[in-house]
Design a protein around this ligand. Structure first.
Ligand SMILES: Nc1ncnc2c1ncn2[C@@H]1O[C@H](COP(=O)(O)OP(=O)(O)OP(=O)(O)O)[C@@H](O)[C@H]1O
Length: 286
């Protein structure tokens, strides 16, 4: 398997807060999901991999380059695209102007070639028709697509997407998922999300991060399989469950170690995710 990005023993502190704790990973072409509760360190990890932040310790290689050196950082940055959690849009910019501005920052100096590239990425995300519209007038879903277009400038080999589906309605989310699936063809994409459905629908691999450490690294099927025989239904809240919640039918769905004779349920990715968090002290909801 091709390894596009590799990290070994990454550590990072913000003052006394340990945000990354000995993180090692390998990323290959296709979409890898990054799941984790609030404060797990997802944004920090994405920023380190996108070379926007430097780890205190550990080794990193992005598309064959070492971002620890000025030269390596520059080469890696030329080849990666980053959609941050809160893209800094200027609402008065049109979609075209914003993406063009990003293209200038990415050193596409030839005006004609740059404008062709801006039109290409806006077409790719389905915004060719509205490229002259001001960003402030676009819907949330369209704005997110402008941010994706900006990240796609220059056809990056590594694409980093920080919670791009947050705040989108179900239809927009579905549309955005299709776009992400397309971007994962032939390139390495790391997608941070709180939505286990994003992972189930899009990802060939998933990483679970909690308290700055990798708690799971494998396929979505393997994560779901962690919950085999560990999900059950009960009419009352089961005090022995690691997590349990009332469902729409009024019964409780529990994950953990079922009591004898429990009515076992088919596990989902979400069940496997909750079990992967168990023991991480990361607040498995009960
Ligand atoms: N600039 C900063 N200064 C100090 N602490 C920070 C800073 N950024 C993040 N942290 C802390 O580092 C830890 C990891 O934060 P990070 O934003 O990476 O998590 P996250 O998984 O992306 O969370 P969320 O899902 O809420 O976006 C948290 O404890 C957070 O409070």
């Amino acid at each position: 398997m091709i390894t596009s990005v590799s990290a070994d023993g990454l550590g990072l502190h913000y003052g006394r807060t340990r945000a990354l704790d000995d993180v090692s990973l390998r990323l290959s072409p296709g979409v890898t999901g990054l799941l984790g509760p609030n404060g797990a360190g997802k944004t920090t990890l994405l920023r380190v991999l996108a070379t926007a932040l430097r780890a205190d310790r550990g080794a990193l290689t992005v598309l064959g380059h070492d971002p620890g050196t000025a030269r390596g950082r520059q080469e890696a940055r030329r080849r990666l695209g980053y959609l941050p959690q809160t893209p800094g849009f200027h609402p008065e910019f049109t979609a075209f102007e914003f993406v063009d501005y990003v293209a200038i920052l990415k050193e596409l100096t030839d005006r004609g070639a740059r404008h062709r590239e801006v039109r290409r990425v806006l077409e790719e995300v389905g915004l060719g028709e509205v490229r002259g519209r001001r960003i402030g007038k676009l819907s949330g879903g369209m704005r997110q697509r402008v941010a994706l277009a900006a990240a796609l400038v220059g056809d990056p080999g590594f694409l980093v997407l920080d919670e791009p589906t947050v705040g989108l309605d179900p239809e927009q989310r579905m549309r955005f998922r299709e776009l992400i699936a397309g971007t994962g063809e032939g390139r390495t994409v790391l997608l941070s999300t709180h939505q286990t459905e994003d992972v189930a629908m899009l990802c060939h691999r998933v990483l679970v991060l909690a308290r700055g450490a990798v708690r799971f690294d494998g396929t979505p099927e393997e994560l779901t399989a962690r919950a085999d025989g560990r999900v059950w239904s009960s009419t009352e809240r089961d005090p022995g469950a690691r997590a349990g919640w009332r469902t729409g039918t009024g019964t409780f769905r529990n994950v953990g170690d079922p009591p004898d004779g429990a009515e076992l349920l088919e596990p989902t990715l979400e069940d496997g995710y909750l079990l992967a968090l168990d023991g991480a002290g990361a607040g498995v909801a009960a």
